[in-house]
Design a protein around this ligand. Structure first.
Ligand code: SF4
Ligand code: SF4
Ligand code: SF4
Length: 601
C-alpha cells in the first residue's frame, strides 16, 4: 500500500465533505413524506434514470445552458466541472492499470505521479501521460478565464458579477490553487523521475534549470493536498454546494416536484442549487435601474439559505420572471419568493365585510367578461372590449361592471394567500351561477390566477386569444391600418402564461409588426408590477421609460401591449416625456376596435 502523511489533508477533507453531503441529502429526502419518498425511489429505478444521467452530464458537467447564454462562460464553467471529472476518471483508470489491482487506495489516482515514479510498462502508458496533461491544461485554461472574468466581465457577456461571502472567497481561493499546485507538483516530480507528459515533462525540464526541484517537490505535494482538503471542508458552506445539490434537483424534478404553496424539502434543494453564477443579475430591471440588489436571486436565495431575515429581498421585486428565464439551473425563484412572502405577512384580521354587504348577482350568459381593477383604471380598454363583444354579437355578462370583486392576485403577490382565497371563493360562486362556458379577462394578472388557481370547469382566455379567435372565425373583420407597431409581451401573459403568438397573429392582420430586441420570454417588464411593494413612483417611472425606449428603437408608430397596467405605465412614461421618443401607446383591444371601425364607444 502506498502511503505518505501528505495525503492526510486531502483524505480528511474528503471524509468530512462526504459525511456532510450525505447528512444534507438525508435531511432533504426525509423532509418529504413517505409517499413522496416512494415517488423519488420509483423515479430512480425507472427508465427515467437514463434521462436523469443525461441531464446531469449535460448540465452539471458540460453546462450546456451556460454555453447557450455565452460560449466563453460555458467553456469556463465546463472546464472546471467536466475537466475535474475527467482528471479523476483518467487518474483512476491509469492507477488501476499501473498497479494491476482493482482496489487501490482512494487517494492514489489523485497523487498517482508521486507514488508511481516509473509509470511506463502498462497498456497505453504514454497515451495516458498525454491525456492527463491535456486534461490538466483544459482545466488551467478555464482557470485563466475565471481570473479574467473578475477583470473583464463583458468578455463573458456580463455587466455585473456577484459579490462573494468570505466562505465563498476561501473556497474559491483553494479551488483556484488546486490545479496550478498539481501542475507544479507533477512538474517537479517529473524533473526528478522523468515521468511527465508534454506539459508537466517540459515544464519540469525548464524549472530544473533554475529551481531546486528536489527540495520543492515534496512541499508542493503537501500544498496540493491541503488546497484540496480546504476546498472540500468549505464546499458544504459555500456556493460550491450547488455541485452535488444540482444532481438531487434534477432527480426531484424528474420525480415531478416543484415549489408551489409551501417551502418544502424540494425548495431547500432549489435554494442550495444556486451557484451564485450571477447570470441573473443583468436581467433584473430593478437592479439595473436603481442599483438596489437585495432582491436579486443570487442574494435572495443566499439569504434564504442562511436564514437571514430581511424584507427587501422579498418585497422589492416585480416578480416579472426575467431572472428565471436566464437561470441556467432553472430555479423557480418567484415561487420561493411567494412562499416566503406568505411567511412574512401576518394574515390575521382579514376583513371582507363588503362581500356580504354588496349584492353580487350572476347573470346567465355564454361568455363572462372580467375586466379587472386595472382595466377599470384604463377605461378605453374596457370600452373597446365591450364594443368588440357587441359587434361580434356575443351573449356576454360583464361580471365586474360595477361593485367588482378583485380576482385576488395582488393579494397573493403581496403574500396574503388566505385573504386571496376568500375573494376567490366568492368569484367561483358567481361564475358557476352564470352558466357561462368561457371567461375572458383583459388583465394578464387576472388571467393567470383564474387559469391556475381557481380550478374552474370553464375555458379561460385572455382577450388577445379570444379576439384573435373572433377574427379567425369571421365574427370580427378588421382592415389593415398599415401603421408600424412593436408589441410588448406583458410578463404575466408572456413568461407567466406562454401567450406569445396570438397577439402577434392578430397584430399582423392590422399593422406592420416589427421585432424588438427584448421580446417574448426575454421581454422587459413595464416596471409597474403590483408585486413590488417598496418601489416608489420615480423608480417605477424610470423602469417604464427605460423599457419603452428599448422597445421603440425601431421608431414604430405605436407601442402595443395587452395589459392595462403596462399600457398605463408606458403611456405615462411617454406622455410625461421621460423617453426620447414619444410613441403612441395602445392596448391590442383598442387598435382592433379601430381596425373594425368602431367609433364613439
Ligand atoms: S439564481 Fe440562477 S442565474 Fe442567479 S445566481 Fe443562482 S444559479 Fe445563477
Ligand atoms: S423577478 Fe424580475 S424584478 Fe424580481 S429579481 Fe427577477 S428580474 Fe428582478
Ligand atoms: S404590469 Fe405588465 S409588464 Fe409589469 S409585471 Fe405586470 S404584466 Fe409585467
Amino acid at each position: 500500500m502506498s502511503y505518505d502523511p501528505f495525503v492526510l489533508p486531502f483524505s480528511i477533507g474528503l471524509v468530512i465533505v462526504i459525511i456532510l453531503i450525505l447528512w444534507k441529502y438525508f435531511r432533504w429526502v426525509f423532509l418529504h413524506d413517505k409517499s413522496e419518498r416512494i415517488q423519488i425511489l420509483k423515479t430512480i429505478f425507472s427508465l427515467k434514470l437514463f434521462s436523469i444521467v443525461k441531464e446531469i452530464f449535460m448540465e452539471v458537467l458540460l453546462h450546456r445552458r451556460i454555453f447557450r447564454i455565452n460560449p466563453v462562460l460555458g467553456y469556463m464553467h465546463s472546464s472546471f466541472a467536466f475537466g475535474w471529472f475527467l482528471l479523476i476518471l483518467g487518474g483512476t483508470i491509469e492507477s488501476k492499470l499501473h498497479n494491476h489491482n482493482a482496489f487501490n487506495m482512494f487517494y492514489e489516482p489523485i497523487f498517482f505521479k508521486f507514488f508511481s515514479h516509473n509509470i511506463d510498462g502498462f497498456p497505453f502508458a504514454s497515451g495516458f501521460k498525454f491525456i492527463m496533461d491535456f486534461i490538466l491544461l483544459y482545466i488551467l485554461s478555464g482557470l485563466v478565464l475565471a481570473m479574467a472574468k473578475r477583470l473583464y466581465k463583458r468578455m463573458f457577456g456580463m455587466k455585473h458579477t456577484t459579490k462573494l461571502k468570505l466562505v465563498d472567497r476561501l473556497a474559491l481561493t483553494s479551488l483556484w490553487c488546486i490545479f496550478p499546485l498539481r501542475l507544479l507538483a507533477e512538474s517537479f516530480t517529473s524533473a526528478q523521475y522523468h515521468n511527465g507528459g508534454f506539459l508537466t515533462g517540459n515544464l519540469g525540464d525548464f524549472l530544473v534549470t533554475f529551481l531546486p526541484v528536489n527540495q520543492l517537490a515534496y512541499p508542493t505535494w503537501w500544498a496540493y493536498s491541503i488546497a484540496l482538503g480546504v476546498f472540500f471542508v468549505m464546499l458544504p458552506y459555500s456556493r460550491y454546494m450547488h455541485i452535488p445539490t444540482e444532481m438531487v434537483l434534477i432527480i426531484l424534478r424528474k420525480a415531478g416536484f416543484k415549489t408551489e404553496k409551501k417551502y418544502t424539502g424540494f425548495s431547500r434543494v432549489e435554494v442550495q442549487s444556486c451557484s451564485r453564477c450571477g447570470i441573473c443579475l443583468d436581467a433584473c430591471q430593478v437592479y439595473t435601474a436603481t442599483q438596489r440588489n437585495k432582491m436579486l436571486p443570487a442574494y435572495f436565495l443566499q439569504s434564504v439559505r442562511f436564514n437571514k431575515k430581511g424584507k427587501q429581498g422579498l418585497t422589492d421585486c416585480l416578480m416579472c420572471g426575467r431572472c428565471q428565464e436566464v437561470c441556467p439551473v432553472g430555479i423557480g425563484v418567484n415561487a420561493i419568493r411567494r412562499v416566503k412572502r406568505n411567511e412574512l405577512f401576518d394574515e390575521k384580521g382579514a376583513e371582507f365585510g363588503y362581500l356580504e354587504e354588496t349584492k353580487h348577482i350572476s347573470k346567465k350568459a355564454d361568455v363572462i367578461y372580467f375586466a379587472g381593477c386595472m382595466t377599470h383604471l384604463t377605461p378605453t380598454i374596457k370600452k373597446s372590449m365591450i364594443a368588440l363583444l357587441k359587434k361580434a354579437e356575443i351573449n356576454f355578462w360583464f361580471m365586474d361592471e360595477d361593485a367588482s370583486i378583485c380576482c385576488g392576485r395582488p393579494l397573493q403577490l403581496s403574500g396574503k394567500e388566505k385573504d386571496a382565497n376568500i375573494l376567490a371563493d366568492k368569484n367561483r360562486e358567481l361564475i358557476a351561477n352564470s352558466g357561462a362556458k368561457l371567461l375572458v379577462t383583459s388583465c394578464p394578472i387576472c388571467y393567470k390566477i383564474f387559469k391556475e388557481d381557481y380550478k374552474l370547469n370553464i375555458k379561460i382566455q385572455h382577450h388577445t386569444e379570444y379576439l384573435n379567435e373572433l377574427v379567425n372565425i369571421g365574427k370580427l373583420k378588421p382592415v389593415n391600418l398599415n401603421f408600424s407597431a412593436v408589441y410588448h409581451d406583458p410578463c404575466d401573459l408572456g413568461r407567466g402564461s406562454g401567450i406569445y403568438n396570438q397577439p402577434r397573429e392578430l397584430l399582423g392582420k392590422i399593422s406592420v409588426l416589427t421585432k424588438t430586441e427584448s421580446e417574448k420570454n426575454m421581454a422587459l417588464c413595464c416596471g409597474n408590477s403590483l408585486a413590488n411593494l417598496p418601489a416608489g413612483f420615480d423608480d417605477k417611472e424610470l423602469m417604464a421609460a427605460n423599457a419603452a425606449e428599448q422597445l421603440c428603437l425601431s421608431n414604430p408608430d405605436k407601442l402595443i401591449t395587452s395589459c392595462p397596467l403596462c399600457k398605463k405605465a408606458f403611456a405615462q412614461a411617454c406622455n410625461e416625456k421621460k423617453t426620447a421618443k414619444q410613441v403612441e401607446v395602445k392596448d391590442i383591444a383598442e387598435v382592433l376596435a379601430e381596425a373594425v371601425n368602431i367609433k364613439n364607444f
